[in-house]
Unconditional design. Structure first.
Length: 416
């Protein structure tokens, strides 16, 4: 089977990029796999494609790249949805290159990895390949405008995957996607290349973007309460972002400069997890929770807010970690202190975390994708149901097509 992934930027760093490489590298052990990156932003990718994975790009935006100074880079995109958060990075040039790629893509399965690319996939891919859209965020996190566009185009897909069952239910309940298989497939996390934590270090570790949604301000305030009872413990927060200065000011105001450390980004992150004994996640929402699985695979029980959508599907509360009330400094501090003050409980949860997180190994996740693809394509081509619902979507294309002349030109050229 030839599987082609279409991704925003395979040369960067981020959860979707790591997930795509992990799945592609594993699938390539049995299949012909390529990753097609819309953008090339550096000479070498941060993550390494496996020996069986081909990596190529559509637009080279490096300073000395082939597309540097191309006039169409300055013209706004007409097809990529304006309501998508990455819209400002797309252009008339990306519109054209993506459309050209999808019109001639040679693959049995084409997988899109974000909503804007899924719209390209649904409307512009040549007839033949199975079309699978991935949702790495959440339906409720998209604006009403973007949800309207997705509702119009997604019936042309064969399948849509989400990272959690909660989000899959939301799509099934509200998006009206007849004939489209909606299935939750979690992000894969490989076994760490380091020995798991031994639980003796007096460090709590957190990692992720320093963004408002991660609510590290709550974690810092909670650790002030931890410090009052257990001044021998410390907190390291890994990651970069716009909240750094605010967090630094909060740490200084609370007098925690000898207890809470902003470490900056770390790649790879696994050695840093393994230096700790407890992981902390204090987000107000998590589309999945890859850092939770990473920490568990490194032998750390996780104290996490029970926020939508992922933590409650990953953590078995009281067995391999602790779920606490979202937004509560007191609950976060209590969860941390419970594990800090009970060495036996912490060790038992750590052992359970390693065992339970094995279900996120890339081999298991890739197998789920193989089963999904096989279920859609039992005869070497799109199933009858797939052809019927895609034909119905094409017949209704007038209702789905946008009025902008530039977008209409692309839609007319589509055979999806």
């Amino acid at each position: 089977m030839h599987i082609s992934f279409l991704i925003h930027n395979a040369y960067g760093i981020g959860g979707t990029i790591r997930t795509t490489y992990n799945v592609a590298n594993t699938l390539a052990e049995q299949h012909d796999v390529e990753i097609v990156s819309v953008f090339r932003t550096r000479d070498e990718p941060v993550f390494t494609p496996g020996p069986g994975v081909r990596l190529r790009h559509l637009v080279d935006t490096r300073a000395d790249g082939a597309d540097a100074g191309h006039p169409d880079l300055a013209r706004p995109a007409a097809f990529f949805p304006r309501a998508e958060i990455r819209y400002g990075q797309y252009s008339a040039l990306t519109d054209r290159r993506i459309a050209e790629h999808l019109a001639r893509v040679e693959a049995d399965v084409v997988v899109g990895t974000r909503p804007g690319l899924n719209l390209h996939l649904a409307r512009q891919t040549r007839r033949g390949p199975l079309l699978v859209g991935q949702e790495h965020l959440t339906l409720e996190g998209h604006s009403p405008e973007l949800r309207r566009e997705l509702r119009g185009a997604y019936p042309r897909l064969d399948a849509l995957t989400t990272t959690t069952e909660a989000d899959a239910r939301a799509y099934r309940r509200t998006m009206r996607l007849p004939g489209v298989r909606v299935e939750a497939v979690p992000n894969p996390v490989p076994a760490p290349p380091v020995a798991p934590a031994d639980g003796s270090a007096k460090w709590v570790v957190a990692a992720g973007r320093l963004a408002p949604v991660k609510r590290y301000d709550l974690l810092v305030k909670a650790f002030d309460k931890v410090r009052a009872e257990r001044p021998d413990w410390r907190l390291r927060i890994y990651g970069g972002g716009k909240q750094k200065d605010k967090l630094r000011a909060l740490i200084d105001r609370l007098g925690l400069y000898n207890h809470v450390y902003l470490m900056g980004p770390a790649h790879p992150i696994e050695p840093e997890w393994a230096k700790g004994s407890i992981a902390a996640v204090t987000s107000s929402t998590e589309s999945f929770g890859m850092t939770i699985v990473e920490a568990m695979r490194c032998g750390l029980p996780v104290v996490s807010t029970d926020c939508p959508h992922g933590p409650g599907e990953i953590i078995d509360d009281g067995v391999d970690g602790r779920l606490v009330k979202t937004g509560s400094v007191r609950a976060i501090a209590a969860g941390l202190l419970e594990l800090i003050n009970d060495d036996g409980l912490r060790q038992r949860m750590a052992a359970a975390a390693i065992k339970d997180a094995e279900r996120y190994d890339p081999a298991h996740v890739a197998e789920r994708y193989e089963t999904l693809f096989a279920g859609l394509d039992r005869r070497g081509g799109p199933s009858l149901g797939s052809l019927l619902h895609r034909t119905r979507a094409a017949l209704l294309g007038g209702a789905y097509a946008v009025s902008d002349a530039g977008r209409a030109a692309f839609t007319r050229g589509s055979t999806a």
